[in-house]
Design a protein around this ligand. Structure first.
Ligand code: B12
Ligand code: SF4
Ligand code: SF4
Length: 362
């Protein structure tokens, strides 16, 4: 076996365009014990895929050693997706006729494809590198969909610590990072002279993210109730948004960045060098009436290949209508009255709610 393999893997990850790379062993880390109770308490809401179990009835995402018994190490890669545009809490984006799509979803590309393509490149390099030494090499790359909680492995690989907002934060890059993992049958160490594993927690006494979350979704440091999170409500939740959650959503139409925008570790976060994450025209702080009245052909054209397509047209229009109701901007009333008779019953119901919200204003 090549003794400098971990260093070479990290070099290949850099060549593939990743900003960070580390290696974690396949171990039942303590943080994984939180997951079964998180699911049992229903904090995942309607994200049924989180409940997937193996044939022994164990939750797949917390049982990597059982689900992939051949896996010995997890290569964790991260790429910076930050672009030079304002944060959602900055004055430049306070126009009440506009909404917020989260930073990760402004680009032409879906991060799953962008990250997976790079992971495959690292996989290929690795196969070439050790083909002569091993004929039983197994490698499997995942972005989001693997049988593991990526952030826990990222912490033990030294990519960053898990902040109180539950995000992986790197001391130099902040938290605007996409993660991707390669499970491997190789027994790899991460001991390239680093004494800082797992990544030390640098949140200290700060609690800005918890205080800033408008829907109180961070129920304790490092613990999120997804049912209360604007990101879940705008991206994952189908159909009707519970009445009591609507006003807290503000003008968010897809995802939410608040708990990262307020984080001091993102104050000087560098901008990505990956051109594909540059924002598409019109998506930073988009006009709400444009989104609320959008029809399928334009939706397909504007959001082709974008993460926003996950919400589907109906979800995006529903979110835009709620945002209009929260905007305090009475000029939207006539548009909303028209939308309250929309052929999409979800859009129509939320538009009725929004009209009532705006009409009640002095
Ligand atoms: C489901 C999911 C969501 C859900 C639930 C989020 C969540 N916090 O669980 C929703 C839709 C809300 C969501 C939102 C977002 N997501 Co998301 N999401 C995922 C996904 C697919 C699974 C996450 C998961 O397993 N959650 C289960 C819970 C239990 O795990 P957890 O919250 O991470 O909690 C662990 C730790 O916090 C730990 N822990 C740490 N300290 C402490 C302390 C104590 C006391 C305790 C008890 C526990 C604890 O215990 C838990 C493990 O059991 C991952 C990809 C993956 N496969 O891992 C992406 C992922 C986490 N998401 C990501 C992103 C970018 C986002 C958003 C920023 C998108 C946006 N702008 O809207 C937001 C961020 C919201 C937030 N504050 O987390 C990135 C995160 C990158 C990063 N830097 O951390 C990931 C890794 C996707 C990727 N491949 O890049 N997401
Ligand atoms: S993404 Fe928004 S709603 Fe979700 S925890 Fe962070 S601040 Fe709260
Ligand atoms: S805002 Fe403060 S507490 Fe929250 S993740 Fe950032 S440093 Fe940690």
């Amino acid at each position: 076996m090549l003794t400098d393999l971990p260093a070479r893997i990290k070099q290949h990850a850099r060549e593939a365009g990743f900003d960070l790379c580390g290696i974690a062993p396949v171990v039942d880390f303590g943080e994984l014990n939180v997951f079964p109770s998180w699911i049992a308490e229903g904090k995942h809401g309607e994200m049924k895929y989180m409940e997937a179990r193996d044939d022994r009835g164990e939750l797949k995402r917390a049982a990597l050693a059982r689900v992939a018994p051949w896996a010995r190490s997890v290569i964790v890669c991260a790429i910076n997706y930050n672009t030079a545009h304002p944060y959602s809490n900055q004055v430049e984006v306070k126009d009440r006729s506009r909404g917020w799509i989260s930073r990760y979803a402004w680009a032409h590309v879906d991060y799953h494809d962008a990250v997976l393509g790079r992971l495959k490149q690292v996989e290929d390099d690795l196969r070439k590198l050790i083909a002569a030494n091993s004929n039983s090499l197994q490698l499997r790359s995942y972005v989001d969909t693997g049988p593991l909680i990526e952030r826990v492995y990222a912490k033990y690989a030294g990519v960053g610590w898990i902040g109180k907002n539950t995000c992986i934060i790197n001391q130099k890059l902040g938290s605007w990072l996409f993660l991707g993992v390669i499970l491997t049958s190789l027994e790899l160490s991460n001991d390239d002279g680093r004494a800082d594993l797992p990544a030390p927690d640098r949140c200290g006494t700060c609690t800005r993210c918890i205080a800033a979350c408008p829907t109180h979704a961070i129920v304790a440091p490092g613990q999120l109730d997804a049912r209360l999170c604007i990101s879940y409500l705008t991206i994952e939740k189908r159909g009707e948004i519970p009445d009591e959650m609507r006003s807290g959503m503000g003008r968010h139409v897809f995802g939410c960045d608040i708990c990262q925008d307020v984080c001091p570790w993102n104050r000087k976060a560098p901008v990505t060098s990956a051109a594909e994450f540059e924002a598409r025209d019109g998506l930073v702080n988009p006009a709400l009436d444009w989104l609320a009245e959008m029809q399928q052909p334009e939706f397909r054209e504007v959001f082709r290949g974008s993460p926003v397509s996950r919400a589907k047209l109906s979800g995006l229009r529903r979110n835009a209508v709620i945002a209009m109701g929260n905007s305090g901007n009475k000029k939207f009333i006539s548009t909303l009255e028209r939308l309250s008779e929309d052929s999409d019953p979800v859009v129509a119901e939320h538009a009725c709610w929004a009209v009532a919200e705006l009409s009640d204003l002095p």
